[in-house]
Design a binder for this molecule. Structure first.
Ligand SMILES: Cc1ncc(COP(=O)(O)O)c(C=O)c1O
Length: 385
């Protein structure tokens, strides 16, 4: 089997990840912060270790501001619903996943916020100037994805962060790092990112059901309201959610087993030489795909071909072939996993002119090889002819 669907979730996970998870379940399966016995305090110590490691990995100085979430969607909703107040204006782009599109659209439809959706420059690059020009005195949030999940285009987040800080001191920058966390080096404080949302289950190699929201120093303690309230294991005398981070946003028992996997994933990436090494490898595979398919008139490739702007995702279509059929044939006849359709990013496909049929997305990962890329190319050429 060849797995080229790492943009959906990474597969396989490194053995270090599942070994750590099994060890945690066997030895420390208590509920963190909920009791004083050794199993609970052991679990709490692991969660603290993971908070420290994840914060350091993304350049967040205060680990108390690392909030574990269920996935990236959870972290994005937590930010959007936690920050916005009636009458606020939000700037976003046409490159977003529905985990940004939908909460914002619903709030706009309810008359709660106003929304500006900025077009990308060409095929997936941000138009930083237009994003900044869309910011007004009422803009509370700029919410956008660092790397398009359809096109794999990496955008200049530090340039945007700097420019935004120059024009507004009150507008927060929320970055969806679903496709970049673990594979593109990110120092959130240096890049002026206020809210960094990402899943654990993609390039951080953790299992599904994991994610985090990192809250930068520019966000005031009372600026982010809990949108999920409940038990935190702390002071139960209060009728309200405790105001301190991370507990303010972490109501309910966390996915401790998954968090132990995220800790192992972050350590694994460091052992490989860091995200840049992983990115380099993914780029060699993407380069092979672009070289073979980009020179063949039967294929259309979307997004920039500039390798230094690309992470490991490439969208294509094949002349006179339906994407779902191609994906089924790849799966059934060639044992190749790839994803057809809109990839939960309808505005991106409208921008590309591929709505509603979408594209076929090939997303190799850390464990993919050039030999696998050659087999994928051969299979696609056979299907095309
Ligand atoms: C760009 C982007 N944002 C957000 C998400 C949502 O991630 P999750 O499914 O972990 O909530 C995805 C998932 O594919 C994504 O690609």
């Amino acid at each position: 089997m060849i797995y080229f669907d790492n943009a959906a979730t990474s597969y396989p996970k490194p053995p270090e990840v599942f070994e750590q998870m099994v060890k945690f379940m066997q030895e420390l399966g208590g509920n963190p912060g909920r009791s004083g016995h050794r199993m609970a305090t052991g679990a709490e110590a692991m969660v603290t270790e993971a908070r420290n490691a994840v914060s350091k990995f993304f350049g967040l100085k205060d680990p108390a501001r690392c909030v574990f979430t269920l996935n990236c969607t959870d972290a994005l909703n937590m930010s959007i619903k936690g920050v916005l107040k009636k009458g606020d204006h939000i700037v976003t782009t046409e490159l977003e996943h529905n985990s940004i599109n939908r909460p914002l659209q619903q709030m706009a439809d309810d008359g709660f916020i106003t929304l500006t959706r900025v077009k990308p420059a060409t095929q997936g690059e941000w138009n930083v100037e237009e994003i900044i020009n869309a910011v007004t005195g009422k803009t509370r949030l700029v919410a956008l994805t660092h790397c398009s999940n359809v096109l794999g285009v990496i955008n200049p987040v530090a340039d945007l962060g700097r420019a935004l800080r120059e024009v507004s001191d009150t507008c927060l920058l929320l970055v969806d790092a679903a496709q970049s966390a673990g594979v593109v080096p990110l120092d959130m404080e240096a890049a002026n990112i206020d809210l960094l949302a990402f899943p654990g289950h993609k390039a951080l190699f953790a299992p599904t059901g994991t994610g985090a929201l990192l809250i930068g120093p520019h966000v005031k303690d009372n600026e982010l309201h809990a949108w999920r309230e409940g038990g935190t294991g702390g002071d139960s005398t209060s009728p309200h959610q405790p105001p301190e981070l991370p507990h303010h946003l972490e109501g309910g028992t966390p996915n401790t087993m998954g968090i132990s996997g995220m800790l192992a994933g972050v350590r694994y990436i460091a052992k490989q030489g860091g995200p840049e090494k992983i990115l380099q490898h993914e780029r060699t595979i993407i380069a092979r795909l672009i070289e073979a398919l980009g020179s063949d008139k039967r294929f259309t490739l979307y997004g920039t071909r500039e390798l230094n702007r690309k992470a490991g995702a490439l969208s294509i279509t094949i002349k006179d072939r339906d994407n779902p059929d191609v994906a089924s044939i790849l799966d059934q006849a060639f044992s190749i996993c790839a994803r057809p359709g809109l990839h939960c990013a309808p505005y991106t496909h409208k921008h590309l002119g591929t709505f509603p049929n979408g594209t076929l997305r090939l997303s190799p990962g850390h464990f993919s090889t050039l030999e696998e890329a050659d087999q994928v190319i051969k299979a696609l050429q056979e299907i095309a002819s």
